[in-house]
Write a protein that binds this ligand. Sequence first.
Ligand SMILES: Nc1nc2c(c(=O)[nH]1)N[C@H]1C(S)=C(S)[C@@H](COP(=O)(O)O)O[C@H]1N2
Ligand SMILES: [Mo]
Length: 383
Amino acid sequence: MGSSDRISRREAVRRGGTLAAGIALIPTDLARRLAEVAPQEAVIPWTNAPEPGGRANTLDWQALTSWVTPTEDLFSVGHYGTPEIDAEAWRLEVTGLVERPMTLGLDGIRARPRRSVTCAIECAGNRGFGTFVGAIHNATWTGTPLAPLLAETGVRPEGIEVVFFGADQGTEEIRDVEVVQNFARSMSLEDATADDVLLAYEVNGEPLPAGNGFPLRLVAPGWYGVAHVKWLERIEVRDRRFMGKFMARDYVTLRQEGPDHEATWAETSVGRMNVNSIPAKVVRAGSAYRIHGAAWGDDIGRVEVRIDDGPWRPAQLGQGSDDPHTWTFWQMDWDAEAGTHTVTSRAVSASGEVQPAPDDPVLAQKITYWESNGQVTREIVIE
Ligand SMILES: Nc1nc2c(c(=O)[nH]1)N[C@H]1C(S)=C(S)[C@@H](COP(=O)(O)O)O[C@H]1N2
Ligand SMILES: [Mo]
């Protein structure tokens, strides 16, 4: 790489800060970045990526090196803030249409069969607005499977819905009435009893951090973040669909289906994740360039990358490609010529679902910002 100046300049551009103030800091910053990536490699910054914000501790894609997200890097979203929970006094209640309601303390839950899953969890609002582009993590959660626990309670035949309540609450206005309610989401009994749905008390081998659901959260691999109810304190089986705020008012995707003259409007509750990918960073090793990225949201069949207006070419799938619920890292070698280029990726699921382009009607006719899984195009200057 002829000169570190060139990276410095682009770094300064990327940061968009005052050049004079920036320059003094750059050599150390470059050294740090060089140390973070493999030797002989350096990140060439995108020129159109939003500045990674501190918001909700979201991921800086260009600094991504670890397949398992370190615990201190987990993003955190809480609609009613972070409740303070006394682990000694805390209890989980399993109730509703069950023959034998249960109340469990943390020790009781820990004494149950233990299971770990690694899965990508993305906020459904990710990439829906502004700089909120890194609301995703891929961590290892440990807890006890929910299905056997529900079976022990003896779900009554009329039970069809499992509602998960967090300890966090807020005041909501519903049809002119102000009510205090807890954060809650539901799943059908069938979805809730999938064998990898866990009541998780650890992440990456340690108790959950306060911001990520201590002492217990639901982990539902394959579902958008909102389904993974944190600070869990009550599970209730019901005989009606549950229509709480985070099922039926917020986290509802509104989309026109069909052409204008015969349009219907679909309002759907955010649920399973959609097939997705992003070009994370370009690194340089000697005179060669390599594009690194991630794909998630479905069982990934392949990832394709397009440079400028060129053909879609297959990327090489790496870690995670054998597991439908983790993210899959991918890479592609790039014989880049000097100039300004664009890099776009698209993931295709094993069953053939293609990550849509931004002008695909499925996105172009979507009104709300949730589920914005469009292809991402990044710009880069190669010197
Ligand atoms: N109790 C409770 N659980 C919750 C939420 C919340 O506000 N309260 N937010 C949800 C949303 S919208 C997301 S994206 C995920 C984020 O999980 P994380 O904070 O561990 O990253 O938590 C979900 N679980
Ligand atoms: Mo979310």
